[in-house]
Design a binder for this molecule. Structure first.
Ligand SMILES: Nc1ncnc2c1ncn2[C@@H]1O[C@H](COP(=O)(O)OP(=O)(O)OP(=O)(O)O)[C@@H](O)[C@H]1O
Ligand SMILES: [Mg+2]
Length: 389
């Protein structure tokens, strides 16, 4: 089947223009959250679930949103879909200020621009599968009535459910219902798919099949934001966003120090200082005291040893997600090598030695991992020094 016949759209221009009173925020990221706060009030008082989220999603990304139960994933997703509104802050999707839409504008905008997939499928029980898939087109008055049926059939074919088109949702399995729900989400050819635990209620084999469907849609150019509990699936997306206690964990902290708890990662996120270095600039000077722990976030650094004659020799190169300064901060010793930015600018995040030491006191697994790496790098250092002589 020709997928190109099913999917053409990017953002719907009529909504992005200023013509019908929507508030537009120019170019920039496809989905943008600025300082989003969400506070729920109940009898017990106020409870802030999202604590000032700044987050960007770019066109064509397939992003996994992960985090513990209760961390705020669904609340975050509901800010993007407009299912719920922020207490303060801004949400822009394709340039449209979602937080400013009226309920009526919201329903039409959402129906045309977002495909939403839920954990419990949420097909309408009294409608056939075909009618379920046609519903968003009817609601938003997209395509001609005859095209709607044909398009719904093609979408059911894409998810391999065309033979069941006239059945009711109760007559098919959970995995099949989710495939139909994906077809329904694609009815109006939205540029964005938002899914909250779409595989959460499926066995692992069915979950994998559904995930592959999302992968294919990402390849078709859809921008996908998917909440998942499944760490194996989270490894297969193009980027993961980790949320802990209503805040976003710095992605490089999560990547470089995966053995920390989410709480600890969040603490480090608050402690780190972002730094940038010019090409060739010294980051760590051999022999200096008080070296920080650096996680590289952009560019390449060179680990340099001095030859007795005075020439430098580059013994290692490190890139984004790797760290330097761990030997010095772990051992509380003077720098055993120099580190400098390579031929391009370097960005890094730095942690003070005391903060790093506190961290490895609090996380035994991280300390063990660091211990191994430190011993390995010390040995390499000794070997390189022997080579030089
Ligand atoms: N409408 C609401 N009123 C009051 N509290 C709410 C409401 N919705 C969510 N919460 C609370 O906000 C917190 C975050 O909930 P949320 O559903 O976003 O978490 P989650 O990360 O999606 O969790 P899970 O993995 O279990 O789905 C929870 O403590 C939840 O009880
Ligand atoms: Mg949830």
């Amino acid at each position: 089947m020709m997928l190109s016949k099913l999917f053409k759209s990017q953002v719907r221009e009529e909504e992005s223009g200023n013509g019908n009173g929507f508030h537009v925020n120019g170019n920039g990221p496809f989905i943008q959250l600025n300082q989003v706060v969400k506070t729920f009030k109940n009898a017990a008082g106020e409870f802030t679930v999202l604590k000032g989220i700044d987050l960007d999603f770019y066109r064509g990304e397939f992003v996994g949103v992960i985090g513990k139960s209760g961390s705020g994933k669904s609340t975050l997703i509901n800010m993007i879909t407009g299912i719920d509104r922020p207490t303060s802050g801004e949400v822009f999707v394709g340039g449209v200020a979602v937080h400013k839409l009226t309920e009526n504008q919201m329903a039409i905008w959402r129906g045309r621009n977002l495909g939403i997939v839920f954990q419990f499928f949420q097909l309408l029980p009294t409608l056939s599968l075909l009618e379920n898939v046609m519903l968003p087109m009817d609601f938003c008055n997209m395509y001609t009535p005859s095209e709607r049926k044909e398009r719904a059939m093609m979408l059911l074919e894409m998810v391999e459910m065309q033979d069941h088109a006239n059945k009711l949702p109760t007559a098919i399995s959970g995995g099949q219902q989710q495939r139909v729900a994906i077809a329904r989400a694609l009815a109006n050819d939205p540029p964005i798919l938002i899914a909250d635990e779409p595989t959460g209620n499926l066995d692992s084999k069915t979950a994998d099949a559904v995930f592959v469907m999302f992968e294919n849609l990402a390849r078709q150019g859809k921008t996908i934001v998917m909440v998942t509990h499944d760490s194996a699936l989270a490894k297969r997306v193009t980027r993961t966003v980790l949320i802990a206690d209503g805040e976003i964990v710095n992605e490089w902290v999560a990547k470089a120090l995966p053995t920390l708890t989410h709480q600890q990662m969040l603490k480090v996120t608050h402690q780190i200082e972002p730094l940038s270095f010019d090409p060739g600039q010294t980051i760590i000077q051999e022999g200096e005291a008080g070296t920080q722990f650096y996680i590289i976030t952009k560019g390449v650094v060179e680990v340099v040893l001095k030859r007795p004659g005075g020439n430098d020799v580059v013994v290692a190169q490190m890139g984004p997600g790797q760290y330097v300064g761990e030997v010095e901060t772990f051992r509380s010793i003077k720098a055993i090598a120099s580190v400098r930015a390579g031929h391009a600018p370097v960005e890094a995040i730095a942690l003070e030695p005391e903060e790093f030491q506190q961290l490895i006191t609090e996380s035994q697994t991280t300390r063990e991992v660091m211990q191994d790496i430190v011993e390995q790098r010390e040995q390499e250092n000794i070997d390189h020094r022997k080579e030089k002589e």
